[in-house]
Ligand binder design. Sequence first.
Ligand code: CMX
Length: 471
Amino acid sequence: MFRGVSLLSKLRSRIGEQSTLKSSVRWLQIQSSSNLDLHSELKELIPEQQERLKKFKAEHGKVQLGNITVDMVLGGMRGMTGLLWETSLLDPDEGIRFRGLSIPECQKLLPAAKPEGEPLPEGLLWLLLTGKVPSKEQVDALSKELRSRASVPDYAFKAIDALPVTAHPMTQFATGVMALQVQSEFQKAYEKGIHRSKYWEPTYEDSLNLIARVPVVAAYVYRRIYKDGQFIPLDDSLDYGGNFSHMLGFDSPKMQELMRLYVTIHSDHEGGNVSAHTGHLVASALSDPYLSFAAALNGLAGPLHGLANQEVLLWIKSVVDECGEIITTEQLKKYVWETLKSGKVVPGFGHGVLRKTDPRYTCQREFALKHLPDDPLFQLVSKLYEVVPPILTELGKVKNPWPNVDAHSGVLLNHFGLTEARYFTVLFGVSRSIGIGSQLIWDRALGLPLERPKSVTMDWLDSYCKKAASP
Ligand code: CMX
């Protein structure tokens, strides 16, 4: 029995309740279908969306979306609208919506491995790609398809083995992903002269293969570095998140649930963040999904972006080393000020777009309250929520003093035994393959062009501003 229709009506009534729900919900109003196969589903959707974009461009192409200021040019393009990214949208106050659905809505509506459980990342992949909430049958079929695509060629492991075991896990992971590129279907098709209207098809193959294979590569890196190279093969009975946890060596049901939640909430965060934007930019040159995603990973590996999850746990552990496990508020305040005075950022706090607590933080906190309320590091994270924002506000320049996704993820993983902080960004990277891979398929389906913004020099700005100021 197909559950899509009842889910959709459930969703519509929820949407009615949500006065804040934005226009991206439009996607969810598309009639659900009974296709069990994601490719067939997309094949139906793509012509509609191509037509929609063409018409929209013809009708509204000249509408202005705001003014560009010098501050924006000098300030990392903050607040400058300049990208089309269909899979998700970030509201500064409300946080992320995946095709119109908030995280709590995804937790309610997407199929889970068990009753009341966390959403299956495969369900999110279906949602991101189609704008539809999938049925359990559709998600099970997609799980199976991903398992069938998960075989990693031996040379990818050998490429990783060529690096010293001490190389950062993100370097090893990105190297493995680059080696997977040898099997790119897009590259082969392009060399054979594929017509541009068909680009999305080999991009689909590459993206799905990439999404299926990255957990295997990531688990290999983990077991190579931390478990003497004792690798664990994929389990054919498990879903995407469960399998990833299993291949890493964690078979407890709670850790598997955590991994499903983790992958789901880290998958996508609209298009402007460094990793998503890098993937999109590189792909705009018609580089295939492997090349684009490997580039995205290198951006994710920076401490102001994905590496912050490593930095948070290391920082929290350094607090404990210095102050002990029972820490007073005064001690904590002092430690935060010392961090700031030594010219460092407080990792896990602040955001380029968000202006409230990140809902990805909130759902991880709820997970902790349910499964590990007495964990001392969780309690420390809770205390930091009280101590850090007022201090960052006092600095007077921080636009968002609230915690982001990275402030919480490490203590959850640490609780279940995944204690190696240097590895954490790899988990973020695996999750991002779902968001970036999905958008790349739409980039090619919609025929999005080469990205090429204009840059200027200081002299140019100077003379422009002088001219603008003269009567
Ligand atoms: N600790 C100390 N200073 C901070 C800060 C923090 N957590 N967050 C912002 N600031 C500072 C900035 O460094 C900047 O200082 P300068 O003007 O002296 O350069 C000033 O406050 C204004 O920054 P902003 O406009 O509020 O924030 P940005 O958009 O420039 O930067 C971010 C956003 C995330 C890089 C920043 O908040 C930060 O460095 N946070 C800590 C690192 C982190 O948690 N990154 C993960 C983000 C989520 C993710 O991508 O995974």
